[in-house]
Write a new protein. Structure first.
Ligand code: IMP
Ligand code: MG
Length: 185
């Protein structure tokens, strides 16, 4: 699994979280999730937010031992780098009907909180039994809208990070580690 270690390109400052640390932390999160949902009657609905969550979702879901269903949504957000308008729109909904299920939103990173607060509100309005969040990275200093996270991978400082699903203009998404970008001048 860990054979490929792409070198840092000159737009990357440093590796912030290496592959082994990621792997260990994802295993810990999976254990917590297995424990928390061990007694539910219906399978747990994992809902990944595309595209950034796809690698975290793949690793996390394969470590779950409880019955679960994997699904995805796509949203468009104007809260990209530079802008903070916080508008969120659902572009692609889940295939599954979430009503009557415990839902775990799987997200790459919590920044301002607009994406997750929108999704929590939207899914809570659908007759779900519960809506909780598993977030790989959290930038606490960037929060604008308060969001409760039940399962958190790592806290990071206010820097732009890439790898493990996260991109900068579609670049670096498939790096196996989390790297910090050098800000553009
Ligand atoms: P929020 O709605 O402001 O919390 O933004 C969350 C979204 O912004 C994430 O799902 C990412 O797509 C994107 N994002 C925020 N910070 C970063 C970063 O450092 N690298 C890559 N994407 C980021
Ligand atoms: Mg995202």
């Amino acid at each position: 699994m860990n054979a490929v270690k792409p070198p840092l390109t000159d737009d990357l400052a440093r590796v912030l979280i290496d592959e082994d640390s990621i792997s260990r932390r994802v295993s810990e999160l999976a254990e917590e999730i297995n424990e928390k949902y061990k007694d539910i009657e219906e399978p747990l609905m994992l809902v990944g937010v595309l595209k950034g969550s796809f690698i975290f979702m793949a690793d996390l879901s394969r470590r779950l031992t409880i019955p679960h269903v994997v699904d995805f949504i796509a949203i468009s957000s104007y809260g990209k780098k530079g802008a903070e308008r916080g508008e969120v729109r659902l572009l692609m909904d889940t295939r599954e009907n979430l009503a009557g299920h415990h839902v775990l939103i799987v997200e790459d990173i919590l920044d301002s909180g607009s994406t997750l607060s929108y999704l929590i509100k939207t899914f809570n309005a659908r007759g779900t039994k519960s809506v909780e969040t598993a977030v790989f990275l959290d930038k606490p200093s960037r929060h604008v809208i308060p969001v409760e996270i039940q399962f958190r991978g790592f806290e990071i400082p206010d820097v732009w990070v890439v790898g493990y699903g996260l991109d900068y203009k579609e670049r670096h998404r498939t790096l196996p580690y989390i790297a910090e970008m050098i800000p553009e001048k």
